[in-house]
Write a protein that binds this ligand. Structure first.
Ligand code: PLP
Length: 416
């Protein structure tokens, strides 16, 4: 059972929230740790660490096959985690939740298992210019195999999708639209419901990369109307190695498994194998049971704290940080979308992003520097790399102040 720091109606008490995260209370290079790399992975509250440890201390067994008490407990914990993920995404049925390693594996599963059997030479797969490599490379791989063509919806100078080009790019040959909910490199929140409605009207299957949305906003897959939705546990305060693919049941029934093994079958002989029903036919082998248990505890944690309140807190930080960072001379913010999640990306004239990252680390500040697995976004803005501060539910205004004074220090040290 999780014990979030404040009940939904309380004002947001970030100091109490921080007490739930043991890792935050340490010095790095002689300074208090300022963790602003939540877009890459978030830290874990004690309730998640405890849930995983309790599972191993008390309940550990393999799932589904055993008749003994520990097997029943492990199965119950694993399947309740599935129900928890279903509630979190507002899906209709827990059987629409497939456990995977993370967003990347979820997208690969849909590309291989759903798209490959449907695609013919000349068909089209539509993605956007702001995708993470995880939502580019799997589609490129299967396009090469099937002769389908990869089309890309461009972004504009603000870092928003060029929606005026959408109708031209979605036509009779378009089979799949794969797009991100929130851009990891720009922070842009895409108007998904509107885009998905258009795709559905044209019979195009939609898959949403929700890796950067799940930690920051309420998701309702039925309201969105998407066919598939993917997210990773480790970005939403859960453990690594566990993630979720939601799929609408009729599509999961059509989708083929791309890994065979135990757990995913109904009957096996040397002549023929029949598969189990979804989601099990996509979960070959022993799953990450402790990961699912930890993920359920993380989803409890954010839900009890309140995703709407978390979003409000992070947006206040983003606004405060944007105003302060843009006052630092020589800084250009990349990504000025009207709707953004807690991600602030920028470059400093004459300083490589890696140098910014290293100098910040000397001050105990963890930020990310590089291409953020979104090289096409870097190309669009004419840069090789950027620096990214990404906010989480435990970040504070004082930490934003530390970021800003860190940036002044970078300019001083680098003489810019
Ligand atoms: N999509 C986006 C937008 C991401 O930010 C990330 C990770 O940074 C991924 C996909 C891949 O997630 P994972 O590495 O957990 O599979």
């Amino acid at each position: 059972m999780s014990h979030p720091a404040s009940a939904p109606d309380d004002p947001y008490d970030v100091e109490r929230v921080r007490r739930d995260f043991p890792i935050l209370h340490q010095q790095v290079n002689g300074h208090p740790l300022v963790y602003l790399d939540n877009g890459a992975t978030s830290q874990k509250p004690r309730c998640v660490i405890d849930a995983i440890s309790d599972y191993y201390l008390r309940d550990n067994s393999n799932v589904h096959r055993g008749v003994h008490t520990l097997a029943a407990r492990a199965t119950e914990a694993f399947e309740s985690a599935r129900t928890r993920a279903q509630e979190f995404l507002r899906a209709q049925d827990s059987k629409e939740i497939v456990f995977v390693r993370g967003t990347s594996e979820a997208i690969n599963l849909v590309a291989r298992g759903y798209a490959v059997p449907q695609l013919k030479a000349g068909d089209e797969v539509l993605i956007t210019e702001m995708e993470h490599h995880s939502n580019i490379v799997p589609w490129q791989m299967i396009c090469q195999e099937t002769g389908a063509l990869l089309r890309v919806l461009p972004i504009d100078e603000q870092g928003e999708l060029s929606l005026d080009q959408l109708d031209d790019l979605m036509h009779a040959k378009t089979r799949v639209l794969a797009l991100t909910h929130v851009s990891n490199a720009l922070g842009t929140v895409n108007p998904l419901a509107q885009i998905i409605r258009k795709a559905r009207d044209k019979g195009i299957v939609t898959i949403v990369d929700g890796a950067q949305a799940a930690p920051h906003m309420r998701i309702d897959v039925q309201k969105l109307g998407c066919d598939f939705y993917a997210f990773s546990g480790h970005k939403v305060y859960g453990p690594t190695g566990i993630g979720v693919l939601y799929g609408r049941m009729p599509l999961l029934r059509e989708m083929q498994p791309y890994q065979g093994g135990g757990e995913m079958i109904r009957k096996v002989s040397f002549d023929e194998t029949t598969y189990a029903d979804p989601p099990y036919k996509f979960e070959a082998g022993t799953p990450n049971i402790a990961g699912a248990v930890g993920l359920a505890a993380a989803l409890d944690y954010v839900d009890e704290l309140g995703l709407e309140r978390i979003a409000r807190h992070e947006l206040t930080l983003l606004k405060y940080a944007t105003a302060a960072v843009e006052k630092v001379a020589g800084i250009r913010i990349i990504g000025r979308a009207r709707e953004k999640a807690g991600i602030l990306t920028f470059i400093i004239d004459g300083v490589h992003a890696h140098d910014v990252g290293t100098i910040m680390d000397h001050q105990g500040i963890a930020i990310r520097a590089g291409h953020h697995c979104a090289m096409p976004v870097m190309k669009k803005f004419g840069v090789a790399a950027t620096t990214r501060a990404s906010f989480g539910l435990y970040n504070t205004h004082q930490e934003v102040d530390a970021l800003v004074s860190g940036l002044h220090e970078v300019r001083e040290i680098m003489g810019t």
